[in-house]
Ligand binder design. Structure first.
Ligand code: ADE
Length: 422
């Protein structure tokens, strides 16, 4: 009997196009491919029901293939209504037999219906990007909690939520914070967000960045990446940051650092990357120049107070794909990109495969870790074990053909001693 693959995707006729893209970028995800090869032989996830709520992209497709190769019974749903690549979703269903629930541009009801489909799978392992599946399980499906061995979380925002749940004593199963692995946030958050955010902005606006005043809100790993790449394109970069240490780092990295109230008056392009809400508010938008562009690259669409922008404006219209023009009463216009959602995934294709290779290697190995060690784990947020993180860094270097030195026995002894040297 042919395999029945439950799904809700835009158009299965897009599947061949999606398959070509998935195969093309698989060659840039060699660490994940090597894990897939081992998983095919060892089947460490045999029979495990796994629900993944991730951005449905070519890179995620290769993760889903890897989990399936390990024996997992995978259901995938979108972790954002605008980030799905419809051809990839179709290919996952038609060519890889993976149940997928994701349509680019889906409305809120469809978004939550798709998450419900993933929860209805009765996962033993959850895999989130933004803690949505974990949120629904804790809020509405406590009866399913005993079936769950553990979960993984991809993003900073999700990890913040899970840490709050753990601190309040309400987290009901162990979760591995993939975002905390060095091989994740140092590369994906910094170089991935840096490049893909600029890519999304350029695709949406077709603007020259050289000579613009670009205001980056948030100087975590994502904000650092955006600031670095915007400066590399010739923009004058201002950083807004509430943490004194990070603000100081931004100053010494060579950026202008000030308040949003001050920057609002001179910025040409505003990018939020804070993980917090209402970083750009009505008082800031009141002060912005005619033609200023606002966008967000943080996980949720709350960083810009969009309801306030809608209230302030007399009309709005779409002037390009993912670019809306809001007209204010005095005739000034402001542009909002990608409805304030992640501009890198909505207007471009998210982080390139070379960094997602490491992020998703962490995801695959974290899932294996949970299945192997769940009996020893308690209900808290775990980091990815250090040996896994280091193994991924080593493998990544190998796949890039880069050799590094090893410590000599004399150097090892020196580092372990406290009485040699002065
Ligand atoms: N998050 C950021 N970029 C991504 C990508 N390309 N695939 C999946 N999740 C992502």
């Amino acid at each position: 009997m042919p395999e029945v693959v439950t799904h809700d995707v835009k158009d299965l006729d897009l599947a061949d196009k999606g398959k070509l893209k998935i195969e093309l970028i698989d060659k840039r995800m060699k660490v994940l491919a090597s894990i897939r090869e081992r998983f095919e032989k060892e089947r460490p996830l045999e029979g495990i029901r796994l629900s993944a709520c991730l951005h449905v992209t070519t890179e995620t497709a290769n993760l889903a293939r890897t989990l399936k190769a390990g024996g997992a019974d995978v259901v995938l749903c979108a972790s954002n209504p605008l980030s799905t690549q419809d051809d990839v979703a179709a290919a996952l269903v038609k060519h890889y037999g993976i149940s997928t629930f994701a349509i680019k541009g889906e409305d809120n009801d469809t978004y939550y219906r798709h998450i419900t489909a993933a929860v209805d799978h009765h996962p033993q392992v959850t895999m989130d990007d933004g803690a949505d599946v974990i949120g629904v399980l804790h809020a509405e499906r406590q009866d399913q909690i005993p079936e769950i061995l553990g979960g993984t979380e991809e993003t900073t925002t999700g990890v913040i939520r899970l840490n709050s749940m753990a601190a309040d004593g309400v987290l009901k199963f162990p979760v591995v914070a993939v975002n905390e692995a060095n091989t994740k946030h140092l590369f994906d958050n910094r170089y991935g967000t840096g490049q893909s955010t600029i890519d999304g902005i350029i695709r949406a606006t077709n603007m020259l960045l050289a000579g613009l005043d670009v205001v980056v809100a948030g100087y975590g790993w994502c904000g650092r990446g955006v600031a670095m790449r915007a400066a590399g394109m010739g923009a004058r970069v201002t950083v807004i940051e509430v943490d004194p240490l990070r603000a100081l780092e931004a100053v010494m990295d060579g950026y202008q650092v000030t308040t949003m109230a001050r920057a609002a008056g001179y910025g040409d392009l505003f990018v939020t990357a804070t993980g917090d809400k209402h970083v750009i508010r009505s008082e800031h938008m009141e002060a912005m120049k005619d033609g200023a562009i606002i966008c967000n690259t943080g996980h949720f669409n709350v960083e810009i107070d969009i309801p306030a922008l809608q209230k302030m404006s007399t009309s709005h219209r779409t002037v390009r794909d993912f670019m809306e023009e809001y007209t204010l009463p005095e005739g000034r216009v402001l542009f909002l990109l990608a409805e304030g959602r992640l501009v890198n995934l909505a207007a471009a294709e998210g982080h390139p495969a070379q960094v997602m290779d490491m992020s998703f290697a962490n995801q695959a190995l974290a899932a294996e870790f949970i299945v192997t060690h769940h009996r020893e784990l308690v209900n808290r947020v775990y980091s990815v074990p250090k040996d896994i993180d280091e193994q991924i860094a080593e493998l990544k270097l190998q796949t890039m053909g880069i050799e590094i030195d090893k410590l000599t026995p004399e150097q090892e002894k020196y580092l372990a001693s406290w009485n040699e040297g002065t």
